[in-house]
Ligand binder design. Structure first.
Ligand SMILES: [Zn+2]
Length: 275
């Protein structure tokens, strides 16, 4: 992977890809929100964690202790808990919703950005784990009443078929009138593309919006997994599939010079294509 990808720069994106100075961004500066422009889009990386968010190194299957030592991540692998807001063509597009409940901060942070949850036009869900769909409900109430919600049919079918998945079933029922189930390859609003990245969950989906690639839970510890995609997190359901997805998506991002934003990545990275 190291040789194949030839990633030439890994950098916090804020300074490098913003076409206007940070001072011009109208929203107040928040340590837990990073904003940048990317072509025609304005992207807000919204973290629920206020400070460092570490995942225990023992949660990474296949990472040997020498690697963990060499990276200095024995006490925890830098991670995050995030959602992404994209403002494009006058539309507000949200990718995932965070935890919701007491730990949930996405809705409040959208308010602070001047985009209250009622102003979200489209909501794209990467997968049905609670830290991604938990923020869709506040108690019994729908948090995004005006959003058209997009979910991969494969993910929906996998979760709906088991009555034990109470949170996913309840949430999807509440959103029934605004829910759109799609298949990979279907045309989605604002040119968003769903790309299959199965393995973490049966229908785990990555979304491309222009040059932005929202990779959901493709990586939980980028420091370990970016150059060692064979390392899985313990909660990756189908590990061989996960590894295949991780390699394919990272190569795709690198080949196309995409900006990679993950829900549990502690930084946003630009993957310049080798020309
Ligand atoms: Zn997650």
């Amino acid at each position: 992977m190291k040789n194949a990808l030839k990633i030439t720069a890994l950098a916090m994106l804020l300074a490098s890809c913003s076409s206007k100075p940070a001072e011009e961004v109208s929203a107040p500066k928040m340590a837990s929100v990073t904003q940048f422009d990317l072509d025609q889009m304005n992207v807000s990386w919204i973290r629920e964690n206020d400070g460092a968010h570490l995942m225990p190194a023992r949660m990474f299957v296949g990472a040997d202790s020498a690697l963990i030592d060499s990276l200095g991540v024995a006490d925890g692998v830098p991670s995050a808990m995030s959602a992404y807001l994209v403002r494009l063509n006058g539309k507000n597009i949200l990718f995932d919703t965070g935890n919701g409940g007491e730990r949930g901060k996405v809705a409040a942070r959208l308010d602070t950005l001047g985009v209250p949850p009622t102003a979200i036009d489209y909501l794209f869900i990467t997968h049905f784990h609670g830290d991604h769909i938990g923020g869709m409900l506040n108690g019994d109430n729908v948090v995004y009443p005006n959003a058209q919600v997009y979910v991969n049919q494969a993910e929906y079918d996998a979760w709906m078929s088991d009555t034990a998945n109470v949170q996913a079933i309840t949430t999807m029922q509440k959103y029934q009138s605004q829910l759109h189930l799609f298949s990979i390859g279907d045309a989605l609003p604002e040119g968003v593309q769903g790309i299959e990245a199965y393995g973490h969950t049966p229908g785990h989906t990555v979304y491309q919006c222009g040059k932005l690639l929202v990779v959901g839970d493709l990586m939980h510890g980028a420091a370990l997994q970016l150059f060692n995609p064979e390392i899985c997190a313990s909660f990756d359901a189908d590990k061989p599939k996960c590894i295949e997805s991780r390699k394919r998506i990272l190569k795709y991002a690198d080949d196309n010079g995409l900006v990679v934003a993950g829900m549990h990545m502690p930084m946003i990275i630009r993957m310049p294509a080798e020309k």
